[in-house]
Design a protein around this ligand. Structure first.
Ligand code: XMP
Length: 458
């Protein structure tokens, strides 16, 4: 997709390792300056060809990599591209190239500047000013990267790319696929058919809620497929998390293929791929979990992919959603994994366990909403363990499930810290769950951050 007009004035974040590059890039985007992440292995000529107004280096390099990084930095400076080295771990580079630590003047010739703080601190107001000075002052970037202009540009690009062809989009109920579909719909209207596959692992009332939103928005161009029974059959007796994910992912594609075939010859498939997915799939990262996105790429379907959000971070997607007039309940929906509750039920999945988890999870959501915390927490949910424990109810022995409450804050899901929910709130939730969901007689609170844990339990 062509983004040239909007992204001509860009900065590059050169990722020297760690998670910091995402944080830096997002902060730059918040200054309405377009910014892309490149791995440190990118050859100098490719960095130069991207014609950035400036480069921000984040992370740490080991001794062996120093020479290559210093040569790359010198090459950029020689082309008149200023550099900001974030964090004391890169002071050696600033010193080696005769740059400055935190003294930036717009009249300076292109040079390398170093900050005293590490990339995590760029969220703080003082450090924001330094990024702002670098982006606007030193590099002269104008604040043109807005979601209003992004929508306008995307509509033109989608129309140019798709022409008169029919397009399908798999909807999960999550923000990303919905926004992608809404954007494409705005561009080409009835040429788009949206498909929502109910795999039976959605949260309580979720199917009705998302179906209503989609019907209102897409009208006759929306198809809902009830595939609960076939998904349940596919995961019957499966306890291994990866196997569950794979089976659900494959089944999704099968259902999707069947629906697409029913519609006739389809040329394009819309996916809600976001920029972090694009960056992460670039370099050889180790597999932690096979993430399954709804409408994931069916290998043997000869469909062209349309990924209108592939340049955006999550917070930008939410802005686009608002720009497109999507309702707040949908825009602020917490991230929900493609396989749904299936990866929150440890061990074998049964209909009974799905119901138990739906009820417990609903209570947690109600109480978080009552406490006004919905927008303050990245993700909160209940996990149904396969451990049963002994309890007592009205002087009778019980033998019921143990559930875990999980609440985490995160910027992009790659790292996360557990949320210090108040004891009073935890007490209310625990009390209600055990009182209202009789199959559960123990509630624990998960105080693990990522890493070393992951957000979902499976
Ligand atoms: P983990 O559990 O890997 O999750 O720490 C990071 C973020 O990704 C979400 N997640 C998924 N999203 N398909 C998705 O679309 C998946 O299969 C999947 N698994 C995890 C998770 O909820 C968290 O926000």
């Amino acid at each position: 997709m062509e983004r040239d007009s909007l992204t001509r004035e860009k900065l590059i974040v050169l990722d020297l390792g760690g998670h910091g590059s995402h944080i830096a890039a997002r902060q730059i985007r918040r200054l309405k300056v377009y910014c892309e992440i490149f791995p440190f292995t990118t050859p100098l000529h490719r960095l130069q060809a991207a014609r950035p107004r400036g480069v921000i280096m984040t992370g740490r390099v080991n001794q062996a990599q120093r020479g290559a990084i210093a040569r790359c930095a010198a090459g950029l400076l020689a082309c008149g591209i200023p550099i900001l080295a974030l964090g004391s771990g890169l002071h050696w580079l600033v010193e080696e190239l005769g740059g400055k630590i935190q003294a930036m003047g717009a009249d300076d010739p292109p040079t390398i500047y170093g900050t005293e703080f590490d990339v995590e601190a760029v969220m703080e107001p003082g450090s924001q000013a330094i990024l702002e000075n670098f982006a606007h002052g030193i590099c002269g970037c104008q604040p043109t990267w807005t979601m209003e202009s992004f929508v306008e540009m995307s509509i033109k690009d989608i129309r140019a790319e798709v022409g008169e062809q029919p397009v399908v989009c798999g909807l999960s109920g999550g923000v990303d696929s919905t926004v992608a579909a809404a954007l494409v719909y705005r561009a080409i209207g009835n040429q788009l058919t949206t498909i929502f596959v109910d795999h039976g692992f959605m949260r309580k009332h979720e199917v009705e809620e998302v179906t209503k939103v989609f019907r209102d928005r897409f009208g006759d161009n929306f198809i809902a497929v009830d595939a609960r029974e076939r998904f349940l059959q596919k995961v019957k007796g499966v306890t291994d998390p990866e196997e569950k994910r794979k089976r659900i992912g494959t089944e999704f594609i099968r259902v999707f293929e069947e629906e697409a075939a029913r519609l006739g010859k389809i040329e394009y498939l819309v996916q809600g791929t976001l920029y972090p997915d694009v960056v992460e799939s670039g370099e050889g990262t180790a597999l932690v979990k096979s993430h399954h996105n709804v409408g994931g790429l069916p290998e043997d379907m000869s469909l062209e992919l349309l990924e209108p959000l592939r340049w955006l971070f999550k917070d930008e997607v939410r802005e686009v959603a608002t720009e497109l007039g999507l309702p707040d309940e949908l825009v602020w929906r917490q991230p929900f994994p493609g396989p749904g509750l299936a990866v929150r039920i440890i061990g074998e999945i049964t209909l009974e366990k799905i119901r138990i988890l739906q009820e417990a999870d609903y209570i947690l959501r109600e109480e978080i909403a009552r406490a006004g915390l919905e927008r303050d927490i990245w993700q909160y949910f209940v996990v149904l363990s396969d451990t049963k424990t002994v309890g007592v109810h009205e002087q009778q022995r019980t033998y019921g499930y143990m559930v875990g409450i999980r609440a985490v804050n995160s910027i992009d899901g790659m790292t996360a810290s557990w949320v210090h929910l108040s004891h009073a709130l935890l007490e209310t939730v625990s009390h209600r769950i055990m009182d209202e969901v009789k199959a559960i007689n123990r509630v624990v609170y998960d105080i693990s951050s990522k890493p070393p844990s992951t957000i979902e339990w499976e």
